[in-house]
Design a protein around this ligand. Structure first.
Ligand code: PLP
Length: 511
């Protein structure tokens, strides 16, 4: 608990850019007894504060008190409640995050919306914040936490850059809200190749990445209390956007013992009369799983039986290895309403250009009203990035440079082979071989390492070896026994990094 409290305190202080002395000064104003030595003991983990001091620290840092004390709850809090200031100061202290008193009048402070109460996006959360703080202090951090190909030397195909440059002068204005005709036509033809049924050009929406469309599609659908089945582990934006839209993300388990495939019985057991939709992520982030046709068929059967919308996130569909084929679930469900998401961030290594799309297919009659809502929200954001739309046709046609990465001898393939082998050689670590994408989700032997907090594990690895990974909890995985590695770095760097993780784990025993 002590260890946990001090690291949370350090993370929150880095996050809010607060120094130890700031607490001491603020405490004076609130007539709270808090000396420099107390603060340094809390920060170093020698002691934990009494309840009233903990309350003050949490309020000053604007974090959830339970989180600060090491509990498994979100970091953020809404209300900031501090005792009234008994001070003759008239100038508000810019470091103080609390309600300020000016001539006896309590000033209003601004907290974030309650809509964010259940929203968590920890892939870029406190551990990444701590890494940013260390970087700012001059420490080099090796980041294996975000699937961003460009920093690891994955270059955008020349033709894509050339074509965007050529078209730049013609892409200054807004496009139609769903996107340029040429882009949507190319996506429509792509849908035909994937056997996605009943797709016209009007059924294609481009977006500023798949991210924007995940948010848009859930905002247009959900009323308060509606339930959506989301995988665990998941790409956490899905859970966050369901909750942000007022819905409830109900997690179904993906089974590590079965290649990380969704557990069909678990899906069935989680359906209620409030369930409106099921999300699948195929190929999967964070596990790298690729779902076979029989499994997809079983999911379709459930969706049919319970009249659910299928949302299928297929952004990694062109990053499939071992000669396997990706099957779009929508191709198996012509009688259901499906929304299929993909984009160019990963397959064309242009995550920064921000271009993705969603394809409506199958039985669109049952979703007429919902589609009106989608149109309304798409219109409200005018359109997606037009220069990026202008390269969709080029990107989806002709030679697919990504294919060179995923065959034997290609970078993604060879990096996967290495990372899979090296991780499995570490005592206390096991990992299922990913079939697609560029992630692996290894399991830690929690007994061997005495791990009770995966976030703490990530922080310890960061502090000790300057390696940033994402803890399993960031992917809505309930047990503290997994972490995700992005295996985008080159072989030499990966070798070094995984050896460092092995070295770290050879003595690791969580306090
Ligand atoms: C499964 C999944 N869906 C969607 C996204 C977001 O992609 P985009 O860059 O198109 O917003 C990511 C990004 O990592 C992802 O892993």
């Amino acid at each position: 608990m002590t260890e946990s409290f001090s690291s949370r305190l350090n993370v929150a202080m880095a996050f809010r850019n607060v120094k130890q002395i700031d607490f001491v000064h603020a405490a004076e104003k609130f007539n709270i007894k808090l000396g420099k030595s107390h603060m340094s003991q809390y920060v170093s983990g020698k002691t934990v504060p009494r309840a009233d001091i903990a309350h003050f620290l949490a309020a000053f840092l604007q974090v959830n008190e339970d989180w600060l004390m090491g509990k498994d709850v979100p970091m953020e809090q809404n209300a900031v409640i501090l005792p009234a200031i008994e001070s003759d100061e008239t100038q508000p202290d810019s470091n103080s995050a609390s309600a300020q008193s000016t001539e006896g009048k309590t000033m209003r402070t601004f907290t974030k919306s309650h809509k964010l109460d259940n929203v968590l996006y920890d892939v870029r959360g406190p551990v990444a914040d701590e890494a940013a703080r260390m970087e700012a202090a001059g420490t080099h951090i090796l980041k294996l936490n975000i699937g961003n190909p460009a920093p690891f030397g994955f270059r955008t195909p020349d033709e894509v850059v050339y074509d965007m440059a050529q078209q730049l002068p013609e892409t200054e204005g807004y496009s139609p809200s769903k996107g340029l005709f040429s882009a949507r036509k190319a996506i429509m033809q792509y849908a035909q190749l994937k056997n996605i049924p009943n797709v016209s050009i009007d059924d294609i929406f481009t977006g500023n990445g798949v991210s924007e469309l995940i948010n848009l599609s859930l905002s247009a659908l959900l009323d308060n209390g509606d339930e959506v089945l989301v995988p665990s582990p998941d790409y956490p934006l899905w859970t966050a956007c369901v909750n942000l839209a007022g819905g409830t993300a109900v997690h179904y388990i993906c089974d590590e013992e079965s290649e990380w495939y969704p557990d069909i019985d678990d899906i069935r057991s989680k359906i209620t009369d409030k369930t409106k939709a099921i999300v699948i992520i195929n190929p999967n982030n964070p596990t790298g799983a690729l779902y076979p046709k029989e499994l997809l068929q079983q999911i379709v059967d459930i969706a049919r039986e319970h009249q659910l919308i299928i949302f299928s996130d297929e952004i990694y569909d062109r990053l499939v290895m071992d000669g396997l084929e990706h099957i779009s679930i929508a191709s198996l469900a012509p009688d259901l309403f499906c929304v299929t998401f993909s984009g160019l961030s990963k397959s064309h290594m242009i995550a920064g250009y921000r271009i993705g799309w969603m394809i409506l297919s199958g039985n669109k009659r049952i979703a007429k009203d919902y589609i009106e809502g989608l149109n309304m929200l798409a219109n409200m954001r005018m359109c997606s990035n037009v220069p990026a739309q202008s390269v969709v046709q080029t990107a989806l046609g002709g030679h697919q440079s990504v294919k060179d990465y995923i065959k034997p001898g290609g970078r993604v393939y060879e990096q996967r082979e290495l990372v899979y082998q090296m991780l499995n050689e570490i005592p206390g670590v096991t990992a299922v071989k990913p079939k697609a994408a560029f992630y692996i989700f290894p399991k830690l032997d929690v007994k061997k390492f005495n791990i009770h907090s995966d976030e703490q594990f990530a922080l310890d690895l960061l502090h000790d070896k300057h390696i940033l990974i994402s803890h399993g909890g960031a992917f809505n995985w309930q047990n503290p026994d997994h972490f995700r590695v992005v295996y985008l770095p080159r072989i030499t760097m990966l070798k070094e990094t995984i050896s460092e993780i092995a070295d770290f784990l050879s003595t690791y025993h969580q306090a």
